[in-house]
Ligand binder design. Structure first.
Ligand SMILES: Cc1cc2nc3c(=O)[nH]c(=O)nc-3n(C[C@H](O)[C@H](O)[C@H](O)COP(=O)(O)OP(=O)(O)OC[C@H]3O[C@@H](n4cnc5c(N)ncnc54)[C@H](O)[C@@H]3O)c2cc1C
Length: 325
């Protein structure tokens, strides 16, 4: 008999989990509330860890596995679909933390450059006159919001049902064979109150310039700048441990714009300011496990800064958990 699966949450984790499971003999239903501050809607869409040496070994592995699986998914989209989601390959240019970066990349199999080269070969418009920077090659970037819209259409075509409903307890869904909790930073209110999970607020802004200013992803002082094909630059993001506070602050906007103006110029139009809550755990590794009290319930939350990047790798773990004896 076909198994029925309820997925709670329609951020990147929920959508990709549903997409992966819908390929098998499962009847999948997504339950989701219209919560403000959904992390996925604010996400920049950089499919690579920013400062991997600051993460645990198992998180880095999940990220790298996520990169391979995500790249395979993106490669199989046709040109029109790739354009719709602004899929691009870029280099990540790291202007600080170079000793840590060098140490990490030399030990890894990741393709990178650290020769003393003129940065203007990569970034003709940047105001930066040193030659100590590191280039990590071949990083996929997407417009996460557009990808989510595209996935929703594909999921509906695959007969996945969408139900707008806030779930307060998993017992509301007990008729399903499995319940996958992908409710991001809000997952604790539906599951085990003692589990480690808290929101880390991120503010991010968008500006438009007349022409292409930024070719790669520039990373410095924890802030990245990345320009999409429509000349919209994404500048993010703050890291704030302030609970579920939705306020968009002038300080954050100034911090992000100052970084852009320092490296590029002031000829831009300010477009948007977004807030999202990253689902964070104490050990910085997501909960992708069966619930102790009820093995029908599987957790898939707590991906912190890398929930887009790791979404396909996490969905694969969920599939294996459903199928283990
Ligand atoms: C500013 C910013 C930039 C980021 N940039 C990147 C990036 O470039 N690359 C990257 O990999 N990651 C990035 N991240 C991190 C990434 O966005 C998150 O890790 C990821 O989006 C988490 O996805 P999620 O689906 O688990 O949670 P969310 O996207 O927060 O989704 C949670 C879902 O659960 C639903 N929900 C909540 N409670 C209930 C309930 N009771 N009943 C039903 N539904 C419920 C919500 O409506 C929502 O649909 C960024 C985050 C921020 C804030």
């Amino acid at each position: 008999m076909t198994k029925t699966i309820a997925v709670i949450g329609s951020g990147m984790t929920g959508l990709v989990t549903a997409l992966s499971l819908s390929k098998y003999e499962y009847e999948v239903t997504i339950f989701s509330s219209n919560i403000k501050g959904e992390a996925s809607k604010a996400a920049a869409g950089i499919l690579f860890p920013l400062y991997p040496w600051k993460n645990s070994e198992n998180m880095v592995q999940l990220c790298l596995q996520g990169k391979v699986l995500f790249d395979n998914y993106l490669k199989n989209l046709n040109k029109k679909e790739q354009e719709k989601i602004s899929y691009q390959k870029k280099n990540l240019i790291l202007l600080d933390e170079n000793n840590e970066a060098l140490n990490f990349y030399q030990k890894s199999k990741i393709n990178f450059l650290s020769q003393k080269i003129d940065i203007n070969n990569f970034e003709p418009c940047i105001n930066y006159n040193q030659n100590d920077f590191i280039v990590v090659k071949d990083i996929s970037c997407i417009d996460t919001s557009n990808l989510m819209k595209y996935m929703e259409v594909e999921l509906k075509k695959a007969n996945v049902q969408f139900i707008k409903k806030k779930i307060n307890k998993t017992s509301e869904l007990k008729k399903f064979d499995h319940i996958i909790v992908c409710a991001g930073a809000w997952s604790k209110s539906i599951t085990n109150k003692n589990i480690s999970l808290y929101p880390i607020k991120g503010q991010i802004i968008k500006v438009r310039s007349e022409s292409q200013k930024v070719r790669n992803i520039i990373l410095e002082n924890g802030i990245y700048i990345m320009q999409r094909p429509d000349n919209i630059s994404i500048i993010g993001a703050t890291v704030e441990n302030v609970g579920f506070d939705l306020k968009k602050t002038e300080e954050a906007k100034k911090l992000l714009l100052d970084q852009y103006e320092r490296r590029f110029d002031k000829n831009y139009t300010f477009l948007d300011h977004l807030v999202g809550f990253r689902p964070t755990t104490i050990d910085n590794y997501p909960h992708i496990i069966k619930c102790n009290d009820n093995p029908k319930i599987i957790y898939n939350f707590g991906h912190n800064r890398y929930g887009v990047l790791t979404s396909f790798a996490s969905a694969e773990i969920v599939y294996n958990l459903i199928n283990e004896n």
